[in-house]
Ligand binder design. Structure first.
Ligand SMILES: [Mn+2]
Length: 389
């Protein structure tokens, strides 16, 4: 079967994606619950490489120690039997009412302390399951009322929490790195560190910046009206793209979490092209959910659709790269310049003098058309399936 997912594609799904029951703010669940064990077995059969989970996707928030241990053991066994790994683990710090005004950035020190408690227990569980990446999405870290918090304190408190947890991981001797996920709003009116760029700046201020990266999500970047490929590229170039969250999104909407490849195909295509032509080797994780109209069969249609669309877009990205006309246009635009090469190789006073002294015929340099109309049309025709490889 063409476009059949394989383990080496490194596809993963959050447990919460397939477990999503179609509940929304205006309507009840439309599907029966799916337990984590069923999801792992089914995804394993479908060629999925890994799953991710919040602590409470598996372990109820009020579970006893014995129940926690039993669930972890049973889940690890199910993973092993299905040939699956944990792509990442994370903490649910948004569902319980205790987090209604944030976790690490709550005004209440008891809530901040409880947040550390919950995360440390979740990290311990993640290590037992074999995870080496731990994600932080601060869904309640924000405000509706700007004057309700000192935002400078909030930034400091978020840093203090992450620094403490980095030290905890080192103190335990765990092999674990952190990945931060940005989203501008929803469910809070405004969420702190609303863009991936804000997180990259923040990470540089931590005690162990090398331990901490990011996992941007398509829908979240589009909610901030940003270009996904540009955002992911900056993270990749900085060595900070620990994993990616993939989904689709209609323009200027709430966080829709639609099946990857189902909307904004050009944007999804540019993103897959970026990942596949720049050596990204992390998890391709789908953080999306099935339409509310679906029954359980529709959940698996959703999961397979995400992966097939990725593989189809990957094939088309490689077709685009190999296209002789694309190569010709690129070659015509890639003007070599010894002076630039010298500058890029590092500063020297001689190079500075030479570049300042050089005369440039800017009229001639500006004259030539770049044929991006043609380049874009080739991409369109490849995507629309009418240009043969
Ligand atoms: Mn996500």
């Amino acid at each position: 079967m063409a476009y059949e997912p394989r383990k080496e594609d490194k596809f993963s799904f959050g447990l919460w994606t397939c477990a999503n029951r179609g509940r929304d703010p205006f309507g009840e669940a439309t599907r029966p619950p799916l337990d984590p064990f069923t999801i792992v077995r089914k995804l394993g059969e479908m060629g999925v490489w890994g799953v991710s989970l919040h602590d409470n996707d598996l372990i109820p928030i009020d579970a006893s120690v014995a129940e926690r241990d039993r669930l972890l053991k049973e889940f690890k066994k199910t993973l092993d039997e299905s040939g699956m790994v944990i792509a990442m683990a994370t903490t649910n710090m948004f569902y319980d009412p205790v987090f209604k005004d944030g976790g690490f950035t709550s005004n209440d020190g008891r809530v901040r302390s409880y947040s550390l408690h919950k995360v440390m227990h979740a990290i311990d569980a993640a290590v037992e399951l074999g995870a080496d990446t731990f994600v932080f999405w601060g869904g309640r870290e924000g405000t509706e009322v700007d004057l309700s918090k000192n935002h400078v304190d909030s930034v400091k408190r978020y840093r203090e929490a992450l620094n403490f947890l980095c030290h905890y991981v080192k103190d335990q001797g765990y092999n674990m790195r952190f990945s931060l996920e940005a989203k501008p709003n929803e469910p809070r009116g405004d969420i702190y560190f609303s863009t991936t760029g804000a997180l990259l700046g923040f990470i540089a201020t931590l005690d162990y910046p090398e331990m901490v990266g990011v996992n941007p999500e398509v829908a979240h970047e589009l909610m901030a009206n940003l270009n996904c490929a540009h955002v992911y590229a900056q993270c990749l170039e900085a060595g900070k793209l620990f994993l990616v969250h993939l989904n689709s999104q209609k323009y200027a909407r709430y966080d829709q979490d639609l099946r990857f490849g189902s909307e904004d195909i050009q944007g999804n295509f540019a993103l897959v092209h970026l990942l596949e032509t720049n050596g990204f080797d992390g998890a391709r994780e789908f953080d999306a959910h099935p339409y509310r109209t679906e029954d359980v069969d529709g959940v698996w249609d959703f999961a397979m659709g995400c992966m097939r669309n990725y593989l189809i877009l990957k094939e088309k990205a490689l077709q685009f790269e190999a296209d002789p006309e694309v190569q010709e246009i690129r070659a015509a635009n890639d003007g070599a310049c010894a002076l630039w090469e010298a500058a890029a190789g590092g500063y020297s006073p001689e190079t500075a003098r030479a570049i300042k002294a050089e005369s440039y015929d800017i009229k001639a340099m500006a004259e030539r058309g770049l044929r991006y109309e043609r380049l874009s049309q080739i991409a369109c025709e490849i995507l629309l399936g009418v240009r043969k490889a």
